[in-house]
Design a protein around this ligand. Structure first.
Ligand SMILES: CC[C@H](C(=O)O)C(=O)SCCNC(=O)CCNC(=O)[C@H](O)C(C)(C)COP(=O)(O)OP(=O)(O)OC[C@H]1O[C@@H](n2cnc3c(N)ncnc32)[C@H](O)[C@@H]1OP(=O)(O)O
Ligand SMILES: [Co+2]
Length: 133
């Protein structure tokens, strides 16, 4: 694992949340992106050496919609940058962590991603991200 690449925050009203985080962080999002496979709209704010990712569910089946339904808005996941996502997935499987996808999948912000079940990480949803080179 390398640095914390981003912290994902689940929000109900995407435009309001983007305006609020623009005020809070003092920067505009450098990217907004729809990720159809996850049923989410995302926006990314660069803050020092890490990023804040705001996520809105675009359909009831989206993990974000389900999360907000059940737990309300708030911190959704912590994403770590990894050098080699396949090697890291193998390592974590060997250590007994439950991965939520067999293969890396295309995420937002030009990344390959994989998720670790929150039950494997003391109640925290962990995302692995590798830059698509
Ligand atoms: C990829 C685009 C973008 C990027 O950065 O590139 C993203 O980050 S997309 C982010 C949205 N996508 C995902 O989160 C995909 C992975 N998530 C999942 O597969 C599910 O959300 C899962 C398995 C974590 C939860 O599924 P579901 O909500 O259907 O099941 P439960 O409600 O029964 O949850 C089981 C258990 O886990 C607790 N839970 C759920 N979500 C979270 C969370 N984000 N953080 C911590 N804990 C979570 C939930 O409360 C249940 O616990 P229990 O004690 O049984 O109530
Ligand atoms: Co993320």
């Amino acid at each position: 694992m390398k640095n914390v690449e981003h912290i994902g925050i689940a929000v109900k009203n995407f435009s309001e949340a983007n305006a609020l985080y623009h005020k809070l962080l003092g920067v505009e999002p450098y990217k907004t992106e729809h990720v159809a496979s996850e049923g989410v709209n995302t926006s990314f704010f660069k803050v020092g050496g890490t990023k804040i990712e705001l996520l809105e569910g675009v359909n009831p089946e989206s993990a974000i919609s389900k999360f907000i339904e059940k737990r309300g808005e708030g911190i959704h996941h912590i994403a770590f940058e990894v050098e080699d996502i396949l090697a890291e997935m193998e390592r974590l499987k060997g250590e007994g962590f439950t991965l939520l996808n067999e293969q890396p999948k295309k995420g937002a912000d030009n990344k390959l991603v994989c998720f670790v079940h929150p039950k494997s990480a003391n109640g925290v949803l962990i995302e692995l991200t590798q830059e698509i080179r």
